[in-house]
Design a protein around this ligand. Sequence first.
Ligand code: NAD
Length: 306
Amino acid sequence: MSNNSHIAFIGLGHMGGPMAANLVRGGFAVSAFDLSEAALGKAREAGVTIAPSAAAAAEGAAVVISMLPASRHVERLYLGGEGEADEGLLARLATGALVIDCSTIAPAAAQRVARAAAARGLAMIDAPVSGGTAGAAAGTLTFIVGGAAEALERARPVLQAMGKNIFHMGEAGAGQVAKLCNNMALGVIMAVTGEALALGVAHGLDAQALSQMMAVSTGRSWATEVCNPWPGVLPNAPASRGYSGGFGNDLMLKDLGLAVEAALGSGAAVPLGELARNLYAINSQAGRGALDFSSVVQVIAKPPLG
Ligand code: NAD
């Protein structure tokens, strides 16, 4: 993969927009498509060439990257819809093209698309990311990859222009499974950290003093040290600015739903993941779906809003 190769990028949202901009900064020629005019406008300013459709963006591309909301968008893009008129992108790609899907989707959906790609002689990896919008903008994302090792090696220079760490977890779908494992642990840890702080405060403890103790004790985690859910404990955490910014509650809810679905498919037991999914669903129903996921503490206690 040389820097002169043309990359097609489909989905220029909160994550895809800055990722495509980093590819341009890395010297790649990027032609892209999104359904949103606002997303297209921002990408154009970053030097991305805008195409009139996904198929037009992918014409002659050596690599296609997608960063779409959910499984159904990814399957529709690559496999198409009902009838011949709605042909998917896989049918249009040149033999030898490499497909990289960075969306967080169901492992089973990633495997379906990868199988269809292989049937057409196309290489594909699932490469969901961790690091959020800040990591996407800074080019420091972690890529969690499933697929053949040779396909990952071809993708590596492209991924390196958008991220810092790359983990190869196994065959097709393994990247998605690993991403869901991480986020399920994160969702549970955030909820129980809020619960622990609420218990302490209910007994008259100071949330900051409790957090400082926990941050150097065995209850320590990213949730106590970096994204503490109690308002005022960490000035830079979303909790201290009314839970704005950060990783949205509904994105966590989506990932926990995918984890539970994956568990149903494999017979794995995820009792805490299922419980956490319900807590984030209740938080969403309470009107906090767009707020940072640490606002789930509000389901358990009523901390003063920061
Ligand atoms: P987003 O909603 O901001 O962006 C998705 C973009 O896809 C939108 O601009 C939308 O217009 C576009 N789109 C939808 N269907 C399309 C189609 N058929 N053709 C072209 N464009 C289409 O979402 P996001 O926050 O960028 O997240 C994208 C993926 O990354 C999701 O799977 C999400 O779970 C995952 N993710 C997000 C974060 C985060 O912090 N936002 C972190 C890690 C992973």
